[in-house]
Ligand binder design. Sequence first.
Ligand code: UT7
Length: 325
Amino acid sequence: MSRFCRITGTGSCLPPRRLSNADLAVELAAQGIETSDEWIVERTGIRARHFVDAGVGSSDLAAQAARQALAAAGRQAQEVDLIIVATSTPDMVFPSTATMVQHKLGIAGCPAFDVQAVCSGFVYALTVADAMIRAGSVQTALVIGAEVFSRILDFKDRTTCVLFGDGAGAVVLEAADQPGILATDIHADGKHRDILCVPGHVSGGSVLGDPVLKMDGQAVFKLAVGVLEDTARASLAKAGLQDTDIDWLIPHQANIRIMQSTARKLKMPLDKVVVTVDQHGNTSAASIPLALDVAVRDGRIQPGQILMLEGVGGGFTWGSVLLKY
Ligand code: UT7
């Protein structure tokens, strides 16, 4: 009998400090940086984002999201036999954020590791967990996207600092007789590594290079709209489905204009796209599981529906996961 896997619970965590565009504009104006709610809404669809307070790391948000996902799945932490955290903002260089989450959940022994594929990280992590479950070595996995991008933003660069937020989303993935995950499709092309990066690194006890986010927004935008359609079509083809079979599109939440363009290309009305970028900003690897959890909890996503999850980001990386919820 074939072995598959399915999502049995979702959870999320947003830090309590919420900044509207107007709040952020006031903070930036105090440093001589000019922006406005109008510009941010018109160019991105973002209206607010959440930022962590000092001392809170990705592992704290991830552990909270994981506890919620476990509760939704009706599972105890002790039943988890794999933890993957997708993050580009780990608590420290090493050990992995996943091992910190494991400890915060009060468990030990199961493998725990991070996946670093920037905004495509959650789709990459789901792909890895799906393969490990189908191979038979894992029964119950926690797959988490968690970020504190506020730590790597340059608040003197208005072209990037208004775009990102902090948060975490998690799913419990369990072995099943029926899919579940129908198809996965992940890619990277390192020749575009410089258009979205944090070039700083630790060397000889110091940080060398600039440890803040740099982005060529227009180059990222152009690449994103092309690859998001390609990867969605690739997953559909692998599963033998059509774009008309998708009930909900849950894209990486970077810019409402990218999401609108992808929806148009997939012939999907915008009310079938889960949009949280307006309230969360771009939370990188956390954005897809955060959006998924919002739409599961508000009752839009129902068991048996077909979901297309897709991400794109630094690397350049991109990919999609097609699943039956
Ligand atoms: O998660 C990874 C994926 N990342 C993305 O998907 C991001 C993709 N890129 C984008 O979303 C868009 O390119 C941005 C939102 C980053 C920028 O939008 P844009 O329409 O490409 O704007 P632009 O960079 O062409 O800037 C237009 C103008 C410039 O002024 P001038 O040169 O025309 O006078 C900028 O200086 O807007 C100005 N500007 C701002 N004005 C007010 C840039 N940032 C701001 C700002 N507030 N925050």
